[in-house]
Design a protein around this ligand. Structure first.
Ligand code: PLP
Length: 493
């Protein structure tokens, strides 16, 4: 019988070096790979052995299978030709920070279970709050502070839970106590808000989706009217989610007006800036968060545009006591002196799970590697490249721009019907040259082109535009041929 099946130290050392090389090689050639995985449903599973190995295999075999069986099913989010959805950047420093976090294997549920895990997180989130010029209420030396969550969806859920508790005087778990609560967001808010409202037991029927203006931003006068109607009907308005950079079109809800309404009616204001929040690293883009000082909570995803690998949502509250009072349940086995002293943060009370990884480490690596100026440089460059793309679309009268595009998301379509635009998207993505996604705006099928992948340079966007034009030319010609032959056909009748 073998003494141990664990990987030997020298094997770990050698394999680790090989796998870093593997990743570096991958990044070097990722621009050559078809961006969207070219496999059919079930193909990857069918290629895997039905049963696990009884006897462990060598790392060579594992790497060989990674290459031959898994890589064909990868959609390359790290490709510079990835323009779909919002990005999920994995910069090299964040990968290295995450590697150390994995290796340390720290479980930071309490300050006491690894003090550095908690204190680095608090510190880095304070750094970030200052880098983004967030309101001072979100700093840990005020009544508030920041912590890391897995996703914006979870951060918004925690905001809703804290708002629910504040509105019910921390009695929502007693029978009947939350029945009349009503929440508000816009028709353009991310679907996670509805999901969170369901999960929080508020109920989908108690979430109003407020209509938007022609720029796809929430109409505050409609928000207030709905709140007043609800109050007259005996309901209890308690929560508003405003979005800074909506998913469909990167629209910005008017925070000052919404914030004033929330103050007047004593509602919790949560601001979801999942993607666009990173833009505030640059002073010229900070206007997007005007009015944020009126918010009770705020989140943005460093795992989208701030080059930190998934998952890393930064969540801030203006009053941490309300949040932790809402989420804290303390059994005997978690009691400890540090907690009882009241002088430490226990981040288990800031989110739903108990356990938590040392995610702050990758953020710390990223901020140290790039520095504030390095991050600003890349954000500005993305916006400048996106604006060049916007200019090309604007100059071509076969296309129309569907939404304002002050930053890095361009929503556009070929003038014509939805079918033509759907086919254009299908062909572009099937080509493997680039990857775009779509949405519907004003009922029209719209292409979304987001410039936020860390490897994207101007030439990638120029190449993408050339591919879009080439496919559009073919489709428009086919349509025109079709309509001419239809006209000819109807002329003969
Ligand atoms: N909010 C907005 C505005 C988003 O755009 C997204 C995702 O794109 C989310 C929330 C959900 O993000 P996560 O995957 O971090 O939950």
């Amino acid at each position: 019988m073998a003494e141990s099946f664990h990987m030997k130290s020298h094997e770990f050392r050698e394999s680790g070096k090989r796998l870093i090389d593997w990743l570096a090689d991958y990044y070097a050639r990722v621009d050559q790979l078809p961006v969207l995985a070219q496999v059919k449903p079930g193909e990857i599973r069918a290629s895997l052995p039905a049963e696990p190995p009884q006897i462990g295999v060598a790392i060579d075999t594992i790497i060989e299978q990674l290459n031959s069986k898994i890589m064909p099913g990868i959609t390359h989010w790290q490709s510079p030709n990835f323009f779909a959805y919002f990005p999920a950047n994995a910069s090299e420093p964040s990968v290295l920070g995450d590697l150390i976090s994995s290796g340390l294997g720290v479980q930071g549920m309490l300050w006491a279970t690894s003090p550095a895990c908690t204190e680095v997180e608090t510190h880095v989130l304070d750094w970030l709050a200052n880098m983004l010029a967030l309101p001072k209420t979100f700093l840990s030396n005020s009544a508030g502070g920041g912590g890391i969550q897995d996703s914006a969806s979870s951060a918004s859920l925690c905001a809703i839970l804290a708002a629910r508790e504040r509105a019910t005087n921390f009695k929502s778990n007693e029978r009947g106590c939350r029945e009349n609560l009503v929440a508000y967001t816009s028709t353009q808010a991310h679907s996670s808000i509805e999901k969170d409202i369901r999960v929080a037991g508020i109920g989908r029927a108690n979430l109003w989706l407020i209509d938007v203006d022609e720029q796809f931003a929430m109409r505050p006068e409609l928000l207030e009217k709905t709140i007043e109607e609800d109050k007259r009907a005996g309901r209890i308005p308690f929560f508003v989610c405003a979005t800074v950079g909506t998913t469909s079109s990167l629209a910005f809800d008017p925070l000052p007006a919404i914030g004033e309404i929330c103050k007047r009616h004593n509602l919790w204001l949560h601001v979801d800036a999942a993607m666009a929040g990173t833009a505030a690293l640059c002073s010229e883009f900070r206007y997007i968060q005007n009015g944020l000082e009126l918010a009770d909570s705020y989140c943005f995803d460093a795992h989208k545009w701030m080059f930190t690998n998934f998952d890393c949502t930064c969540f801030y509250v203006a009053n941490r006591e309300t949040l932790t009072h809402s989420l804290s349940v303390t059994p005997e086995y978690l009691r400890n002196q540090a907690t009882e002293s009241g002088s430490v943060f226990d981040y288990r009370d800031w989110h739903v799970p108990l356990g938590r990884r040392f995610r702050a480490l990758k953020l710390w690596f990223v901020i140290q590697h790039y520095g504030v100026e390095g991050l600003q440089f890349h954000i500005r460059r993305h916006v400048a490249i996106a604006q060049k793309f916007l200019e090309s679309v604007r100059k071509d009268d076969r296309f129309e721009i569907i939404a304002p595009a002050p930053l890095n998301l361009i929503c556009f379509r070929v003038k014509g019907d939805d079918g033509l635009n759907e086919e254009l998207l299908r062909r572009l993505n099937a080509s493997g040259q680039l990857y775009l996604s779509h949405t519907k705006l004003n009922g029209k099928f719209t292409l979304r082109f987001c410039v936020a992948q860390m490897r994207t340079e101007l030439h990638h966007v120029e190449h993408a535009w050339a591919a879009i034009c080439a496919e559009a030319t073919k489709l428009i010609a086919a349509r025109d041929r079709g309509s001419h032959s239809n006209q000819a056909a109807s002329g003969r009748e």
